[in-house]
Design a protein around this ligand. Sequence first.
Ligand SMILES: [Fe+2]
Ligand SMILES: [Fe+2]
Length: 187
Amino acid sequence: MNLSITLGPEVLAAATAIDPSLRGDIRSDHAGEMGAVMIYRGVLAGSRDPSVRSFALAHLATEQRHLTIVEALLPREQRSLLLPLWRIAGWLTGFLPAIVSARAVFATIEAVETFVDRHYEDQIRKLPASGAAGSLRGVLLTCQADEVHHRDEARALRGAPCGLALRLWTSLVAAGSAAAVVAAKRL
Ligand SMILES: [Fe+2]
Ligand SMILES: [Fe+2]
């Protein structure tokens, strides 16, 4: 695959900005985008609801694009050693709400994307706007904008405020996402 055609010059420039101090951050981004792809695969495995499936298919395409981008930023040997765990955790994070209800799916995605928006924001704030780091900043801003769109779409589709059970579940999802980032930065 010719990455310069697939990913564009800004991603190739961004890859040159990944020095050792940024590897942990990008490793966590890669783990997160892998998890996101698996969330939507889990949703598609668990739901027959047409509105949920069309939502999941559209988001899956975006997350696969994000994953291709972060794969270009991080060589294979620097990726998280825990990827099999992130894959399983992601799949369950999509599958479990999908077998409950459409609302549970949308609330879950809202919780995940609320976390991911802040996660990208923390990294973007650390990067200067020019040079190779500026290219990396631009790539992360593009991903963040997609995640914010996902969050807002999920929030609108979720509708009325969540009940206690769903609030407990989405708190667990947010806490799990935070723990996964901490672990993926190191391992
Ligand atoms: Fe993403
Ligand atoms: Fe997303």
